[in-house]
Design a binder for this molecule. Structure first.
Ligand code: FES
Length: 580
């Protein structure tokens, strides 16, 4: 890490809109003055776009307008000129068919909002699952100085005295209802306890994972990820980030300076240590693709293998984000990685300094929440990348969320051709299935669903649940919610809708899963597999117009981040021609 700040003062890109006396400048500047801005604000100071993913329909980000005010205060204090800009907000709990289908659309639109407008620096005000990666992808593509401020997690939920984790307990309670262990009325009563404050999911689900990834990448101020949404320190963090981005612009500290290969390696190892979501795999690959870093699934296996999961949070463990914050949050984890030789200590952060300097003196205040190594939830955290004739380009599994006894398993496939087929048959007691079988779900990948929904952790058949069985091996080309758990093989690539081997699995085939040896094998001969693949014909629905068409035509495989191929790479932010 050697970052040399740029010389200041110098002319910034916003001056192409606001600097001088030409007719075009008077046009741009004059319009903005209708908001009551004095003339001297256009004197060349950094214009900071506060890119706000607030939306009434993204409840996880419902408090971001208040946080934006604190960011603005920080920008003013540091001598910048803040402008709040609403951007595409892909809510995980609202968008259909799945928010993931719109991550790339959001990234594409936000990239153009950054490039086409007079922004010298950006505060990425994010929270819900897809909002964090989509804005990081846009920032990476434009390479405009940017800093992440997440909205923070919700407070703990409690139901009848027990902690209730976002998502995690939704799955648990719904399985309990199916198993006859909980009534529907109790389930409804529990609903009110699940989301009792502003903020994102309070488990180490995808939102908390991506907040942690942003911090581990160096794209947020140290300590940002875990502060609860309603804690006053969240607002302080917003204000400090507003101050900081102004200096980042003056120094010309860009995403490409921060998001290096070393930073991605830090993020991957952090994901293992926190027991983070499998969704981080896809998002980090996509962000790396935008910044031009060669990151692969093999990097995930290489860096994540052997990283112990020390954060005792649901879905892998027992606590929630509130306790993680009280224990010291992500800086403690980064310190532990550094002490174990698993952190690229010199990696640069938005602070302008090395990541190690941010964390080396922090203290763990609760070693039941951030565990000592010998008490780790698993010594094999990280993401296992499986390969074999069923997943030539790879598939992923989260060992910390899986059942130990199923990590090596051979079972008879029970195939569901798509999610509708699964829903139609799973509750049928006549379905020929037991707990030794391997559930296979097809056509739920990036092209197939379309959008790659979080349906990979398909619920077990009620007749199996009623025996007290809570886990079976499941394989699909889908994703899984970061709040979910189970021995679930995901992101199988190439996906079924693209003619991957998953497409030709038949009920009754034998499948072998061997996580320690990273193997996923369909037990048929090479000749038979080739014959089946040659006979395969696409059968999934395809759109013939609109964004769904664009997505299906251009989305790439999960193994490379499921981005739209034509959006990969850093295009920078030239100011372009004037409009008049
Ligand atoms: Fe938005 Fe979990 S659904 S953060």
């Amino acid at each position: 890490m050697t970052f040399k700040p740029a010389k200041w003062p110098r002319k910034l890109r916003s001056q192409a809109w606001y600097g001088g006396t030409s007719r075009d400048v008077i046009y741009h500047r004059g319009w903005l003055k209708n908001q009551g801005h004095p003339h001297d604000l256009f004197d060349g100071r950094p214009v900071i776009g506060i890119l706000n993913t607030w939306s009434d329909l993204t409840p996880c980000n419902g408090h971001l307008r208040e946080l934006a005010e604190k960011v603005k205060a920080g920008v003013w204090e540091a001598g910048g000129f803040p402008v709040e800009v609403p951007v595409f907000s892909a809510s995980e709990n609202t968008f259909r068919p799945t928010a993931m289908m719109f991550r790339n659309l959001a990234a594409m639109s936000i990239e153009e909002q950054m490039r086409g407008q007079p922004i010298d620096g950006a505060v990425l005000l994010v929270g819900c699952d897809k909002t964090t990666p989509s804005l990081l992808m846009a920032a990476a593509s434009t390479d405009i100085p940017s800093i992440v401020v997440t909205g923070g997690p919700m407070l703990n939920g409690y139901f009848r005295g027990e902690r209730v984790g976002s998502g995690t307990h939704l799955w648990k309670f719904s399985e309990a209802v199916k198993a006859g262990e909980m009534t529907q009325a109790e389930f409804l009563e529990a609903e009110a306890s699940m989301s009792r404050s502003s903020g994102t999911c309070n488990t180490m689900g995808t939102a908390s994972t991506m907040a942690s990834m942003a911090e581990a990448l160096g794209m947020a101020l140290s300590g940002n990820a875990a502060i609860p949404a309603v804690d006053s320190r969240r607002r302080v963090m917003a204000q400090l980030s507003g101050r900081r981005i102004v200096q980042m612009v003056k120094d010309d500290l860009k995403p490409s300076d921060i998001m290096t290969k070393a930073a991605f390696e830090n993020a991957i190892r952090t994901n293992g240590a926190i027991g983070g979501s499998t969704n981080a795999v896809i998002h980090l690959l996509a962000i790396a693709g935008r910044v031009g870093i060669d990151l692969t699934l093999d990097d995930w296996d290489r860096c994540g293998r052997g990283v112990a999961t020390i954060v005792n949070l649901m879905p892998s463990g027992k606590y929630l984000m509130e306790e993680f914050f009280y224990a010291g949050g992500l800086p403690v984890v980064l310190k532990r990685l550094g002490e174990a030789g698993l952190l690229n200590k010199e990696a640069l952060t938005v602070s302008g300094g090395a990541i190690w300097d941010e964390v080396k003196d922090v203290v763990n205040w609760n070693d039941d929440v951030i565990l000592p190594l010998e008490k780790a939830l698993t010594q094999q955290g990280g993401i296992a990348v499986l390969k074999g004739n069923l997943a030539p380009k790879g598939a992923v599994l989260k060992p910390s969320a899986a059942s130990e006894h199923l990590l090596v398993h051979r079972g008879r496939a029970v195939v569901f051709e798509d999610i509708d087929d699964y829903k139609a048959r799973i509750e049928d007691d006549a379905l020929d299935i037991d707990e030794t079988c391997v559930m296979v779900l097809k056509n739920c990948g990036p092209k197939g669903y379309p959008g790659m929904a979080e349906v990979g952790n398909m619920g077990l058949p009620p007749k199996v649940l009623k025996k007290g069985i809570t886990d079976m091996v499941r394989i699909s080309d889908a994703r899984m919610s970061g709040t979910a758990y189970g021995t679930v093989v995901l992101h199988t690539s190439p996906e079924a809708a693209a003619g991957g081997p998953l497409a030709v699995v038949k009920t009754g085939d034998m499948i072998e899963l061997d996580v320690p040896n990273r193997r996923l094998h369909l037990d048929i001969s090479d000749a038979e597999l080739a014959e089946r693949l040659a006979a395969w014909k696409p059968g999934h629905e395809t759109a013939d117009s609109g964004y769904a068409w664009l997505h299906q035509a251009h989305v790439e495989g999960a193994d490379t981040g499921a981005d739209l191929g034509f959006l990969k790479g850093c295009r920078g932010a030239p100011v372009g021609k004037d409009s008049h």
